[in-house]
Design a protein around this ligand. Structure first.
Ligand SMILES: *Cc1c(COP(=O)(O)O)cnc(C)c1O
Length: 465
């Protein structure tokens, strides 16, 4: 291919129309020498992403793919603001602070403390900040007691989202990961006595896990840690990864204790861009009390005018997601969130029941909390697997993930559908038919997908216990 970028453009760019795409060679290895009219550039960008998935049909993702026109208008009005510039946009900052208090209250934070928290780019940044706060608190307490503070560890289940493995490696904390087993995909207290010790900076339990949508056994873990403290004198904080559950549990299960209602829960993260219903780019971390967020992690900067505290991993970020989260809370209120989340869970149950009734699948989750359907193919269907089904329904445009479970349940494959609020029962009916038809076709013709080899991330990290 000759690399003669934008040939005719250089001659007469003003004459170009989107039709001139046919005459455009976009270079692979260097930027085009010459520009083109905006409409042409836009047409090129769109045409090159035609084969990408349709976000609304991507049921492998938890992230929001539907928003109201008013929210799009707000997005346009705010997306040229750099959120970190609190001196210039103090009211956006005030909205964030207000939402921190709202979330603290929503998650049953005590009323006699000063809540602390922040908006982040996603749960990943939120988890890292929480992990750092616990690491700092642990180290200071150890140093103050004249004890060794060089070997921090963190305890999680093998079902944790990848961010925790990143946190552990990037910030040098020893992973203590409880293995799963076929039939149990949650963190329980089973392995804690071999994993938790005086160097444990925190135990992370999940509300709404990525693999099966279940919650870890939060109450049981909490009580175990209470007993551990009584026995040993070591108080180990509990962090809840509520990336998904944080915006489902309060609305669907008001009496369920998974949050600050349990005294040992010191911090919670949630993804505003998952069931917080905001487009990609928003997470939250909320601490039980501002004392939990270690002050040594706060920096003060004066180069945007005024003196401003900052304690996030990222500095500059877009402001529109914060405006949109505020919009979403005001627009829907507690009632609206409750209606949407209850209906979405009901839709997930409906899809699950249809797929189970087909006789093809076994359900993987014991409890249904967030609207996720996790299935495994029954063993009698031996000539195709979950990966084949995922590939086959992709022909209809659906993206549903197939994956093998983390150790020691890696022999189990899962097919997972994240039911998001933009899907109604008719749409889910079409999906159920498509999955069942795919299986019927595969039964006749056989499949040939082999599960991808387990990557190191999954192989090496679980602690042997
Ligand atoms: C999605 C998710 C994360 C990571 O969150 P992002 O918002 O994608 O950065 C962490 N933990 C759990 C349980 C998740 O589902």
């Amino acid at each position: 291919m000759t690399e003669q970028p934008h040939r005719m453009v250089a001659e007469q760019p003003e004459k170009m129309t989107p039709w001139d795409m046919f005459n455009l060679e976009v270079p692979q290895d260097h930027m085009p020498m010459h520009g083109v009219p905006a409409r042409v550039a836009k047409a090129v960008v769109n045409s090159e992403s035609w084969t990408d998935a349709r976000p609304t049909m991507n049921l492998s993702s938890f992230v929001t793919t539907f928003t109201e026109p008013e929210s799009e208008e707000l997005m346009r009005e705010h997306f040229l603001k750099n959120y970190i510039d609190h001196d210039m946009y103090p009211q956006l900052f005030a909205m964030e602070q207000r939402m921190v208090r709202w979330l603290h209250r929503l998650w049953h934070g005590p009323s006699d403390v000063t809540p602390y928290g922040t908006a982040t780019v996603g749960s990943s940044e939120a988890c890292m900040l929480a992990g750092l706060a616990h690491k700092w608190n642990w180290r200071q307490a150890r140093e103050a007691a004249g004890k060794d503070a060089t070997r921090p560890n963190m305890v999680t289940g093998g079902n944790v989202q990848i961010v925790w493995k990143k946190f552990l490696r990037y910030f040098d904390v020893e992973p203590r990961i409880a293995p799963l087993k076929p039939g149990n995909y949650r963190l329980t207290t089973e392995h804690l006595d071999r994993l938790v010790d005086e160097n444990t900076i925190a135990v992370v339990a999940i509300a709404g896990q990525t693999f099966t949508g279940e919650d870890d056994d939060i109450q049981e873990i909490h009580d175990w840690l209470d007993a551990y403290e009584k026995r040993t004198g070591h108080s180990v904080p509990l962090h809840i990864d509520g990336a998904s559950g944080g915006f489902v549990n309060p609305f669907c299960y008001p009496d369920y204790k998974w949050d600050f209602a349990l005294p040992r829960v010191q911090s919670i993260n949630a993804s505003g861009h998952k069931f917080g219903l905001v487009p990609p780019g928003l997470g939250w971390v909320i601490f039980r009390d501002d004392k939990v967020f270690n002050k040594d992690l706060i920096f003060y900067v004066n180069y945007l005018g005024g003196e401003m505290p900052t304690a996030t991993l990222n500095f500059s970020r877009n402001a529109f997601q914060i405006a949109l989260q505020y919009y979403t809370f005001i627009r829907l209120g507690f009632d609206g969130f409750t209606r949407i989340m209850k209906q979405t869970v009901q839709n997930a149950v409906h899809l699950r029941d249809r797929l189970v009734a087909s006789g093809l699948f076994t359900i993987m989750n014991e409890t249904q909390r967030i609207p996720v359907v996790a299935l495994t193919l029954k063993p009698e269907f031996a000539n195709f697997n979950e990966f084949d089904i995922s590939a086959k329904v992709r022909e209809r445009g659906w993206v549903i993930s197939a994956y093998s479970m983390p150790p020691d349940a890696q022999t189990v494959n899962s097919l997972r559908v994240v039911v998001r609020p933009h899907l109604n029962s008719n749409t889910l009916g079409i999906l159920a038919d498509d999955i069942i038809h795919a299986c019927q076709w595969l039964q006749q013709h056989g499949g040939n997908a082999t599960p991808p080899a387990l990557h190191d991330t999954y192989k090496s990290s679980p602690a042997k216990c």
